[in-house]
Design a protein around this ligand. Structure first.
Ligand code: SF4
Ligand code: SF4
Length: 88
């Protein structure tokens, strides 16, 4: 899975653009972050960790399960209570 950007949460700060090792994130005409070359995404998770708005989901380990970091972000976005991680 490549990184997924929830544009409704994006404030256009461009922090994710600065940390992407492949520089594949840009701001579109609406000043929202957008991945322009999904095939180049290595799922490093840097963009998701950097985003102050929790607007990006990306798997930082690539092991196929949902990492504790991503799980925590999902639970925060969905306003769910914290749970202990079962993997990663
Ligand atoms: S997960 Fe890594 S490679 Fe993919 S868009 Fe985010 S920073 Fe770039
Ligand atoms: S870091 Fe988050 S809020 Fe800032 S431009 Fe990227 S997706 Fe939008």
């Amino acid at each position: 899975m490549v990184a997924v950007i929830f544009v409704e949460r994006c404030n256009g700060c461009s922090w994710c653009l600065d940390v992407c090792p492949h520089q594949i994130i840009t701001l579109n005409k609406d000043n929202k972050a957008e991945i322009i070359e999904e095939k180049k995404c290595i799922e490093c998770g840097a963009c998701a960790l950097q985003c102050p708005q929790d607007a990006i989901l990306a798997h930082p380990h690539g092991c196929g399960c949902v990492s504790s970091v991503v799980r925590k972000k999902i639970r925060k976005i969905l306003h769910l209570p914290e749970k202990s991680s079962q993997c990663c």
